[in-house]
Design a protein around this ligand. Structure first.
Ligand SMILES: NC(=O)c1ccc[n+]([C@@H]2O[C@H](COP(=O)([O-])OP(=O)(O)OC[C@H]3O[C@@H](n4cnc5c(N)ncnc54)[C@H](O)[C@@H]3O)[C@@H](O)[C@H]2O)c1
Length: 315
């Protein structure tokens, strides 16, 4: 068991889309952020991204002492990691680069500092191989954008210690995240696999002409999506069983559900299906700008998060 240092200063390695959003979130939780990214202009882009995310973070409530002034940016990775008690890595999604980056991060840090990777698809078992202290390497996979969406998937590699996983879970929970700890390293982790299952069928339905894209989107956004934002698929299924709950539901509808599974599609992303979907989204969103839609979506998510935080019965 390694002592958990009090985390006041976080190293943010890689400040692209995800790293900048993480940096903004850590600052909003009152932490110091020490960031690094070798891309030309990265320092300025990071400051701009944080300024852009800040109003959303103000609306969701800043922690005491939160300030954009607690950000420092360093050209050198080693300089950025001096004095940090936790590292969130969000560099490029390539195993050779990730492994090399982790080897350098590991070499620069004392043994008790956790290193979490935002990787969407790489396995920590493959990333931690050349680290001196592989036991402190964990996946800390956020859902985009990390400054707004609470989910973080924490998964260990073959050489990660249970203690490191626990400490990462504790840290994310303490700063207001909703960490989960899937037991297996699995391609795409959990949340992206669940999304992929839905997208697969949505693309299949378009490919066979079963419905317009706007009807498919409405079928989720004005149907099950409303319930899924409140509770996950299993908790919802249990409620669908009425007083008999999950057991009754599976007795009653288990057979039909299995027959739907057997009928689901496995579409290929052919050039013609891609074009159909590109044209379809243009028609569906005609007249509305993506920025305007995203701003309204994010404002609604903020309201929903407030309602969820105030709920007493929702799991
Ligand atoms: N974009 C998403 O929706 C999303 C969601 C969850 C997780 N992720 C994961 O987050 C990570 C970052 O993805 P992104 O979308 O922010 O990519 P991005 O391309 O926007 O950012 C990657 C950044 O890493 C920097 N970089 C390159 N070499 C570096 C080095 N040696 N040290 C430090 N930084 C370096 C690049 O300059 C760039 O700014 C990936 O592992 C990705 O899988 C992405």
């Amino acid at each position: 068991m390694i002592a958990n240092p009090i985390i006041r200063r976080v190293g943010v390695v890689g400040t692209g889309v995800i790293g900048a959003s993480w940096a903004a979130y850590f600052l909003a939780r009152g932490l110091e952020v020490s960031a690094t990214d070798p891309a030309p202009g990265a320092r300025e882009r990071l400051a701009q991204a944080i300024a852009l995310h800040w109003p959303t973070l103000v609306k969701s409530g800043l922690a005491e002492g939160a300030s954009q002034d607690k950000l420092t940016f360093h050209e050198s990775l080693e300089a950025a990691l001096e004095g940090v008690q936790f590292v969130q890595e969000s560099g490029p999604e390539r195993i050779d680069l990730k492994r090399a980056l982790f080897t350098r991060i590991d070499a620069a840090l004392a043994e008790n500092v956790l290193i979490a990777s935002s990787s969407s698809g790489l396995l920590m078992s493959d990333v931690q191989t050349a680290c001196r202290y592989p036991q402190r390497v964990v996946l800390g996979h956020p859902f985009n954008p990390p400054h707004l969406i609470p989910l973080v998937e924490v998964i260990g590699g073959a050489r990660t210690s249970p203690d490191a996983i626990q400490r990462a879970m504790d840290f994310y929970r303490a700063i207001g995240k909703r960490p989960i700890n899937p037991r297996k390293e699995i391609k795409g982790h959990i949340a992206n696999r669940l999304q992929a299952a839905l997208w697969r069928e949505a693309f299949h339905l378009v490919s066979i002409g079963a419905a317009s894209m706007s009807d498919i989107d409405a079928a989720i956004a004005y149907g099950p999506g409303l319930r899924w934002a409140v509770m996950g698929p299993f908790a919802n299924l249990h409620l669908s069983g009425g007083e008999g709950g999950m057991e009754h539901l599976l007795e009653h509808l288990g057979g039909p559900i299995e027959s739907w599974w057997a009928d689901l599609g496995t579409p290929a992303l052919t050039p013609s299906l891609k074009q159909q979907v590109i044209d379809g989204i243009g028609a569906e969103l005609a007249g509305r700008g993506a920025d305007q839609i995203a701003a309204q979506r994010d404002a609604m998510i903020l309201d929903m998060l407030r309602l969820k935080a105030a709920s007493t019965s929702i799991p």
